[in-house]
Write a protein that binds this ligand. Sequence first.
Ligand SMILES: Cc1ncc(COP(=O)(O)O)c(C=O)c1O
Length: 300
Amino acid sequence: MAGTPFDQLSGDIWYDGTFVPWSEAKLHVLSHGLHYGSSVFEGERAYGGRIFKSEEHTERLLASARMLGFEIPYTAEQINAAKEETLARMNLTDAYIRPVAWRGSEMMGISAQHNTIHLAIATWEWPSYFKPEERLKGIRLDMAEYRRPAPATAPFKAKAAGLYMICTISKHAAEAKGYTDALMLDWRGQVAEATGANVFFVKDGKIHTPTPDCFLNGITRQTVIGLARDRGIEVVERVIMPEELPEFEQCFVTGTAAEVTPVSEIAGNTYQVGDIIKTLMQDYDAAVRPQTPALQAAAG
Ligand SMILES: Cc1ncc(COP(=O)(O)O)c(C=O)c1O
């Protein structure tokens, strides 16, 4: 069930350099970003008042815009400060942060060379995606109909709104069949990722994950690979074919929203929520939370 519609939440949204009341953070229907997908965004989380990997998200936002051929008219420092200000103004400590940049309305056609570039930053309370006990059961994935496009067909490193069209179609189809999400293959038929998260598998004590050569190399993915290696767990980035899915023992997905979430099934192949996943869930939780002296002392 959907809760309060997102345009009806309260508070303020940072919009082109100033704060506007939530209900007034609007754009015109003739915006290039809406018609032609010239829009890029980020999904970030704050834990205990600190935005996890804020600088990395800002760099990716600026890079995504450049891959779409536009320059966001704010520096990384200004964007980082604006995110902090938005969080403080909303009086939030555990929250989701959504910066979004798009081409405006001056030209309404394929070409939009001189359209104004807009940037907005909204934040809202968003505790854990799933309750811990529910997360430990694992989510169920179906196989997606659509595939991640080849690098020669789209700027795959951009977190661009247009690239999510096939994700929403795929997720809706999976949900209609009672699944939580869908696993997407790439254009070659290799395992790629879920619709909004990267995927990992465990077999014989080693972690296997697809090489991110045509999909987002998630910030959470990179964090979790580091955490696993810190634990001495081998992580192999390689080609994974769907025929291998029955052979894996554990599976999990990673993403800013999903954090580390176990997967219990992919289209009939079942997986255990094993020790490696539980360890990485705990390690990720510890990594994202600010280390106060009290917490450090408690951790011994
Ligand atoms: C398609 C897709 N892949 C992977 C990820 C994971 O990225 P990150 O860990 O940077 O949130 C996301 C989430 O942003 C995503 O939407």
